[in-house]
Design a protein around this ligand. Structure first.
Ligand code: SAM
Length: 248
């Protein structure tokens, strides 16, 4: 098991990061009972694509960043991996651990920590994976986390980020993604229109949703030293970006 010495990590010294962490903790703790039900076909496809991207063999040590109720962590454990699920919300971690107990998945462990403050031993894990969580981080923290993940991984280790990935609406590709999301939500009537308004505010102001493009993620991986970097579109705005830490 990875030595995750994150139980009482030093709080971030950056005010913006501390604020972003507190906002996410509040927002996601409120959603603990409803998020699992947000299990639409698109989300299932993205999670499946993230799992498929892992060159998995029993006994691999995986870290799931922003694990929520354990969508990825539990599936990886069912396939024989040892998993550390990390989430800023204690309620989410409890949910994951309780589901793991129900299934008898003893090799799942939760750590309550902001991703930005997570400390793991160098070269202690085989896979760092995340589903729909890293777009919540400030841009500077995205880069820091990719560099930290590079240090945590053993040579040959894999970094896999499945996430909402788009820019700020300046390219035709961004506009196409935004238009398709708006069309889907608009079909849901008044609740859908309310979601459009809420999401537009968050996206434009980058308050809680801070996606960047697959190209920008790929660049962060290359700059950190990852090789074999690929970006694969799954559905609409969702992409899987994967890189490998070079073997010795
Ligand atoms: C959209 S949910 C995805 C949950 C899970 N990965 C899944 O696929 O169902 C985002 C998760 O990221 C967590 N999260 C958001 N910001 C975080 C941060 N800075 N540090 C740790 N977890 C964070 C939230 O608490 C939430 O559980």
């Amino acid at each position: 098991m990875a030595a995750a010495s994150a139980e009482s990590p030093p709080p971030s010294s950056r005010r913006g990061t501390r604020l972003a962490i507190a906002t996410q903790r509040r927002a996601w703790t409120r959603r603990v009972d409803t998020w699992d039900r947000h299990n639409d076909a698109g989300m299932a496809k993205v999670a499946a694509a993230a799992i498929e991207a892992v060159a998995l063999r029993p006994g691999l040590v995986c870290v799931d960043l922003g694990c929520g109720g354990g969508r990825l962590a539990l599936e990886l454990a069912r396939r024989g991996a040892t998993v550390v699920g990390v989430d800023v919300s204690a309620a989410m971690v409890e949910r994951m651990e309780s589901l793991a107990r129900t299934e008898g998945l003893e090799q799942v462990r939760g750590v309550v920590s902001p991703i930005e403050e997570l400390r793991l031993d160098p070269q202690s894990v085989d896979v760092v994976i995340s589903n729909y969580a890293l777009h919540h981080l400030l841009d500077a923290d995205k880069g820091r986390v990719v560099r930290a993940a590079y240090d945590w991984l053993r040579p040959g280790g894999q970094f896999i980020n499945a996430d909402m990935m788009l820019g700020r609406g300046t390219t035709a590709q961004d506009r196409q993604v935004i238009a398709s999301k708006v069309r889907v939500m608009a079909k849901k009537g008044l609740p859908g229109l309310w979601r459009i308004a809420k999401n537009a505010g968050r996206y434009l102001l980058r308050l809680r949703e801070r996606p960047i493009t697959p190209e920008a993620w790929s660049r962060l991986l290359v700059e950190a030293g990852f090789t074999e970097v690929t970006a694969t579109n799954v559905v609409a705005e969702a992409n899987v970006v994967r890189g490998v830490k070079p073997p010795h």
